[in-house]
Design a protein around this ligand. Structure first.
Ligand SMILES: Nc1ncnc2c1ncn2[C@@H]1O[C@H](COP(=O)(O)OP(=O)(O)OP(=O)(O)O)[C@@H](O)[C@H]1O
Ligand SMILES: [Mg+2]
Length: 228
């Protein structure tokens, strides 16, 4: 059984260089199960690039990453990306109904999600009754909820959120934020969320890491990092 203080993800000395420019420079971090990390720093600091290394959307030139004490390249990429799931700013739904979008991922690995399971997922993201809606006609906030439900359908252990609320208005932003907080706490999901909103970081996160020019300049409890 997993312990609450179990190290779930560990990165050591991650560096990535593109076209001679070092976009990540020896980043090391230890994440324990259930922690909620805010990833903060100026535009271009390497925040998105960092998250993309954690589920092998990109590879570092230097450094290693362990998920449950196993180097991440020992997991098949598809399995890794299911368990360490990235959600982006834009929902990126494919044309079709809400239900089709939610069933797609599990289907890919031979798991059929029944109507009841889809209903339950939609209830959890506050979209009961949306199952047969065409995704084309959803608001930005609704689309982002479907995107979350679709990710949760794959039962991730770690959620990587890249500015998931930044294209939403204040009200939708608060709603998605509350939803994410409730879901990750209830299910003990570990989370790394990029945000430009310091108040949001303080509201949600337990820990924070500050990146500047590819370097990890501070990390620790959210209060320590934000107050420094
Ligand atoms: N595929 C790529 N090719 C070339 N440069 C890249 C690539 N991906 C990222 N970069 C560069 O790496 C740096 C870090 O980019 P990244 O997207 O990780 O920053 P960020 O902290 O997420 O910024 P923002 O807050 O604006 O989203 C930037 O200078 C960016 O231009
Ligand atoms: Mg980014």
């Amino acid at each position: 059984m997993d312990q609450p203080d179990e190290v779930i993800l560990k990165a050591e000395g991650l560096s990535r260089t593109i076209n001679g420019i070092r976009i990540l420079d020896h980043v090391s971090i230890t994440i324990r199960r259930g922690e909620i990390w805010a990833v903060v720093g100026p535009s271009g600091a390497g925040k998105s690039s960092f998250l993309r290394l954690l589920n092998r959307l990109d590879e570092p030139q230097e450094g290693k990453i362990w998920f449950h004490n196993q180097e991440i390249f020992s997991f098949p990429p598809r399995e890794l990306r299911r368990r360490v799931a990235l959600v982006l700013q834009d929902a990126n739904l494919f044309p079709g109904t809400v239900k089709e979008n939610i069933q797609f991922g599990p289907n890919q690995r031979g798991v059929f999600l029944s109507e009841d399971v889809v209903d339950d997922l939609l209830n959890r993201v506050g979209l009961s009754g949306f199952k047969d809606r065409d995704v084309q006609n959803l608001s930005g906030g609704e689309a982002q909820r479907v995107s979350l439900a679709r990710t949760l359908a794959n039962t991730p252990e770690i959620l990587l959120l890249d500015e998931v609320t930044s294209s939403l208005d204040d009200r939708a932003k608060k709603e998605i934020e509350e939803l994410v907080t409730t879901i990750i706490r209830e299910q003990g999901i570990t989370c790394l969320m990029i945000t430009h909103d310091i108040q949001q970081a303080v509201r949600i996160a337990t820990h924070a890491m500050l990146l500047e020019q590819g370097k990890l300049v501070r990390c620790g409890s959210v209060q320590e990092v934000i107050d420094a």
